[in-house]
Design a protein around this ligand. Structure first.
Ligand code: NAI
Length: 796
């Protein structure tokens, strides 16, 4: 009896549709399935071998070398030797190399896709349609940056040798994200792939050979975390770029503290996927599939926390269960498979442990009725409902195909839940109502927000996190800055005296000359008011002759706590204020400072012992700075990126939040203003430790602020022992970033203490004061903001 066609349409099972693995196996065989390191343009002999397996069937694919300490040294030396030549290579020539790499990736795309799937376990559909095309796109895009570098970044130069450590979830894509911008900017590279997925990086090394990349420009070292650690610790490396766990990111931050190495970290996430009742639920279901079951959920920006408006949650959950029942887990080389294998047993165990914990903590678990294949490391798509926002599975990154669902009632509650995480990598917002979607996109603290879409990536759009998801961006213009530094500026000179209103050296203006000074005892400045220091102690302040001219509060941990609380409370309002409003207030501060310029000049003369001509110049330049940043308050625009697909991608600079600023001793007024003005112009609230030697220059500003309409809490000032206060601020979890302009020792201390919440740091390492220069405003503005990329699809 034949089955009716209509019934066949209902029951038709998928037949196998396997992608051929032979070319990849042939490539492995051609290397006797053993690999050495790629150093200085050649492969070393394999040694100290460890296995890399296919997680979908547990079979051995090949053995690779654990790099020895000597090999790490050799690779770094090779990169160092190659640096002068590569950085001097014209941008156009570097562009041609990058273009050639892109072409070769395309030519070998099938082999790369199959090899990636074998080594990692992710479905061929993803490696073929997403990973490898994005790799090629990244090299093409950065060929363009190499071509335009001199024109677009005229005052910048490459850093030198860059150490890059990448994870296993997107092995070749992460390699491209790291190597393409580094080479475009003129750096040389030592890159280590993850120990579980080294093979495509080794094939890429061969591609570098094929295109004739000069030896030493790219070096690939294989091995485990110890090799990574040696790269991080190597004294001849100028920058570390890392993608991986927050835990290792923390170790790297601590290990590089005080070394002067530039660091960018792309770490974990627990990204919210927010669904409003105005969303198209069928699209949402497909969005969820792409958010959490893409790459087995092993995605740093996976939409792992589903937040659903209560009125539609039941409907959505039942649609989801129906869809999950139809997902196919199995051989990742099969083109009709949705979910492949988990990368390694350790990762599978981590997922299983967290799922058990979720159940133990009372959440409701649902998995499809079918069983996963048993020959590999597979895990079924999983949905948790009735999850408390504070539970382990709501807070910890599971890095597996496990979705955790919670409900909300109002938009405000959705934002609160979305931001209830130590991470801030990405978010998805689903609503057909553009007002709701864009409003929520603005309010969620995340580096990338996808509206009615998820997990979209492109080389033109920066990617990177807020908070403990790390710092620095990859991709686009902002990603390039991570591989560049400003060319040395001429030694910073104190400002030239202004032409007008000269005052006689050594004599104070406005009839102060010869008068005994009035002893000043300002308190701290917290939440717009003067506050007595908690310690009850004061510190003496002396003039240049060693005479006591006043006392300032000796701030301590408690005062820092109060100031941070005030700043935190003020920051949301202040960052929401329009650029125009912030500009008005900065102009007003400038106006009030100008009205008291004589008094400030006199006080500076008294404190520093410098000539009144110089001190007058310091005041004048401080006023100009206030004007500069008032001007930028509504002009530091973002961009609209040209990303493929029908999207506008809005790159919006946002305030970082609560910023601590530790000022230098010299130029006590100009140093203060040059740092505080850009920070507040961009919408941050600040806690400032002024010059320790000349704190009165800052405390004199209290009245200026009080009369300039500056909202309480936007600027908080704590006088005292600078490094002790800096350490407390650097360790404070509610401080989002810290700038420290002082000694090398203090800089190291700040970087080390910053690991508590992975806050962004900007330190001067006791070196030049070139951030005081007029043309440092670009850098100050960049440091005062972080870019949020909001992807907005369009089309009917
Ligand atoms: P991991 O952070 O240990 O590994 C990432 C890379 O860092 C690998 O190349 C590894 O060899 C290297 N590494 C390890 N220890 C190091 C050290 N002390 N110094 C320098 N390099 C070091 O991540 P792992 O253990 O593979 O995965 C653990 C968890 O981390 C996952 O379950 C997931 O939650 C998270 N993760 C997040 C990733 C992301 O893209 N944000 C990627 C991979 C893992």
């Amino acid at each position: 009896m034949t089955t009716p066609v209509a019934e066949l349409y209902q029951t038709l099972p998928y037949g196998p549709a396997p992608e051929a693995a032979e070319p990849a196996h042939q490539w492995l065989d051609a290397h006797q399935r053993q690999f050495g390191q790629y150093i200085d343009g050649a492969f070393t002999s394999p040694a100290r071998l460890f296995d890399t397996i296919n997680p979908a069937n547990k079979q051995l694919l090949a053995q690779v070398t654990q790099a020895s300490p000597e090999e790490v040294n050799t690779a770094v030396s090779a990169a160092r030797r190659a640096f002068p030549g590569w950085s001097a290579t014209p941008g156009h020539v570097r562009a041609r190399y990058l273009y050639a790499l892109a072409r070769q990736v395309q030519k070998h795309s099938r082999l790369l896709a199959v090899l990636e799937t074998l080594d990692n376990g992710k479905p061929i559909r993803e490696t073929r349609d997403i990973d490898i095309p994005l790799v090629a796109r990244h090299f093409y895009h950065h060929a363009g940056w190499a071509q335009l570098l001199e024109k677009e970044f005229p005052h910048h130069e490459p850093l030198g040798v860059v150490g890059q450590i990448i994870p296993w979830n997107f092995p070749l894509l992460m390699l491209a994200w790291k190597i393409a911008p580094a080479l475009a900017a003129g750096n040389t590279v030592v890159l280590k792939p993850a120990e579980w997925t080294p093979l495509t990086a080794l094939l890429f090394a061969e591609i570098c050979d094929t295109v004739g990349l000069p030896p030493g420009v790219v070096n690939i070292l294989t091995g485990d975390g110890k090799v990574g650690q040696r790269i991080v610790d190597h004294p001849d490396i100028d920058k570390i770029a890392f993608t991986g766990s927050t835990e290792v990111g923390r170790l790297i931050r601590a290990a590089t503290a005080g070394s002067g190495k530039k660091v960018s970290l792309e770490l974990g996430g627990k990204s919210p996927f927010i669904v409003f009742d105005s969303a198209d639920l069928d699209s949402v279901v497909e969005g969820v599939v792409d958010a959490i079951w893409f790459n087995q959920g092993q995605v740093c920006c996976a939409g792992s926390r589903l937040l659903v408006q209560e009125s539609v949650s039941e409907r959505l959950n039942s649609k989801l269960r129906e869809r999950m029942e139809k997902l196919r887990v199995g051989d990742p080389l099969d083109k009709a498979v949705d979910i492949g294998a988990i990368v390694a047993p350790a990762q599978l165990q981590k997922i299983e442990r967290l799922v058990k914990q979720g159940e133990a903590e009372g959440a409701h678990l649902w998995q499809p009725s079918w069983a996963c294949p048993v020959e590999g490391y597979f895990y079924p798509p999983t949905l948790f409902t009735e999850v408390a926002p504070s539970s382990t599975i709501s807070q910890e990154e599971i890095f597996g195909p496990v979705l955790v669902s919670t409900t909300f009632r109002t938009p405000a509650e959705a934002v609160a839940l979305a931001n209830n995480t130590r991470y801030g990598l990405a978010a998805s917002v689903w609503s057909e109502d553009i007002n709701t979607a864009l409003d929520i996109a603005r309010k969620v603290k995340a580096g990338v927000v996808w509206v009615n879409s998820t997990n979209l990536f492109d080389a033109a759009s920066g990617f990177g996190g807020y908070r403990e998801s790390g710092y620095g961006r990859e991709g686009g213009r902002e990603g390039l800055y991570e591989y560049l530094k400003h060319k040395p500026r001429p030694a910073w000179q104190p400002p030239k005296p202004p032409a007008r209103k000269r005052v006689k050296n050594g004599h104070a203006p406005n009839g102060h000359a010869g008068m005994p000074h009035i002893d000043r005892t300002p308190k701290l400045y917290i939440n717009g008011k003067q506050a007595r220091p908690d310690s009850g102690y004061s510190l003496p302040v002396y003039d240049s002759q060693g005479r006591l001219i006043g006392e300032v509060g000796d701030g301590n941990r408690k005062d820092v706590r109060n100031a941070v609380e005030a700043a935190r409370a003020a920051s949301a309002r202040w960052s929401d204020a329009s650029g125009h409003t912030r500009a008005q207030i900065l102009y007003y501060i400038a106006e009030n400072l100008s009205a008291r310029a004589d008094e400030f000049t006199h006080n500076l003369v008294e404190m520093t012992g410098l000539t009144s001509t110089l001190c007058r110049a310091e005041v004048e330049v401080a006023i100009q700075r206030l004007f500069t940043y008032a001007a930028y308050a509504d002009k530091n625009d973002g961009a609209v990126h040209h990303t493929p697909l029908r999207n506008v991608t809005l790159a919006m600079p946002e305030a970082i939040g609560t910023l601590a600023i530790v000022c230098p001793d010299d130029q006590p007024l100009l140093g203060f203003i040059s740092l505080v003005a850009p920070a507040i112009a961009m919408g941050n609230a600040v806690i400032v430790v002024p010059s320790e030697r000349h704190p009165l220059a800052a405390t004199d500003l209290y009245q200026v602020f009080d009369t300039s309409d500056l909202p309480a809490g936007v600027v908080n000032i704590i006088t005292g022992v600078r490094d002790a206060l800096a350490k407390v601020l650097a360790g404070h979890n509610d401080v989002d970033a810290i700038w420290y302009m002082g000694s090398a020792q203090g800089s190291a201390l700040v970087e080390k203490a910053s690991v508590s919440n992975m806050k962004q740091t900007w330190v001067s390492n006791g070196l030049s004061q070139d951030w005081l220069a007029d043309d440092a405003s670009d850098e100050c503005l960049r440091r005062a903001t972080q870019i949020k990329n909001i992807w907005v699809p369009y089309g009917v």
